[in-house]
Design a protein around this ligand. Structure first.
Ligand SMILES: NC(=O)c1ccc[n+]([C@@H]2O[C@H](COP(=O)([O-])OP(=O)(O)OC[C@H]3O[C@@H](n4cnc5c(N)ncnc54)[C@H](OP(=O)(O)O)[C@@H]3O)[C@@H](O)[C@H]2O)c1
Length: 249
């Protein structure tokens, strides 16, 4: 039986590279995101790579309970081996923002980065296999802060804490949960729409290994935590940042 994998945010960037990696290994992969046309295009590209697995798509917003239930229903009761909680993203807000704008910014980013992980996890838990693997995609920002208001970074920091708590709850069930915290990965939707000046400041930050990350770098780290043999590792957050945290300490 091929392992069954669900990847939120699987239509672009890190999620798409992760989906391609699992399909190459022969898995049945379901990519989830809000834009059906993006998912369909990603599935076509992944199939063209010719892996032995299969890729399916499901459109839904993972912050909306009904749409999360719709995603679970689309599995028709089938067991899931690996859940990758990769949906997320950031947004910029100037320091001059009003209190209302700051409140909306925080709610949006907490929802997009934290609830988008919590809701599909709680909904899919009854269908997760033993051994099951959950891998959340956090961020290096969870250790360093970022932007004027640190809402994105704080959402990812809360994700790291949630991973610890859930790991303890799930440990007796054979399900592990860990997080991967990427550094700068430019070839992703995450950086689309940012100003050239902002992108230049990111690119100029020193990365000890001497290059930015690739979606494949992050997919490889996710694959480690997702491995059936990684059952003795749970509740961890792994920096995959080319050593950036070392450089800032
Ligand atoms: N790129 C970096 O430098 C970097 C660094 C650290 C951490 N990360 C994290 O890595 C993860 C993947 O991001 P990426 O860099 O690959 O950027 P990306 O290409 O923008 O991927 C994010 C994906 O999440 C999906 N998504 C967003 N909100 C969603 C929702 N409510 N429900 C379902 N899907 C949703 C998006 O698709 P739709 O818009 O179609 O829904 C998109 O496919 C994110 O959690 C991000 O915070 C990225």
């Amino acid at each position: 039986m091929p392992r069954r994998v669900v990847i939120t945010g699987g239509g672009t960037g890190i999620g798409k590279a992760t989906a391609a990696r699992f399909v190459a290994q022969g898995c049945e992969v379901r990519i989830v995101g809000r834009r059906p046309e993006v998912l369909a295009q990603a599935a076509e590209q992944i199939r063209a790579l010719g892996g032995s697995g299969t890729v399916l798509t499901h459109a839904g917003d993972m912050t909306e309970p009904d749409q999360v239930r719709g995603m679970v229903d689309s599995l028709d009761g089938q067991r899931v081996d690996v859940l990758v909680l990769n949906a997320g993203g950031s947004a910029d807000l100037p320091q001059t923002a009003s209190l209302e704008e700051i409140r909306d910014h925080w709610f949006t980013l907490l929802s997009k980065n934290l609830l988008s992980a919590v809701l599909p996890t709680e909904a899919l838990l009854p269908q997760l296999n033993n051994p099951g693997r959950i891998v959340a995609v956090s961020s290096i920002a969870s250790f360093t802060g970022n932007g004027a208001f640190h809402a994105y970074a704080s959402a990812k920091g809360a994700m790291n804490t949630w991973v610890v708590g859930l790991a303890r709850r799930l440990a007796p069930t054979g399900i592990t949960i860990n997080a991967v915290a990427p550094g700068y990965v430019p070839d992703t939707g995450f950086w689309v729409g940012r100003t050239p000046e902002f992108l230049a400041t990111q690119a100029a930050r020193p990365i000890p290994v001497g290059r930015p990350g690739t979606p494949q770098d992050i997919a490889d780290a996710i694959a480690y935590f997702a491995d059936e043999n990684a059952g003795f590792v749970t509740g961890q957050t792994l920096n995959v940042s080319g050593g950036v945290v070392l450089a800032r300490s």
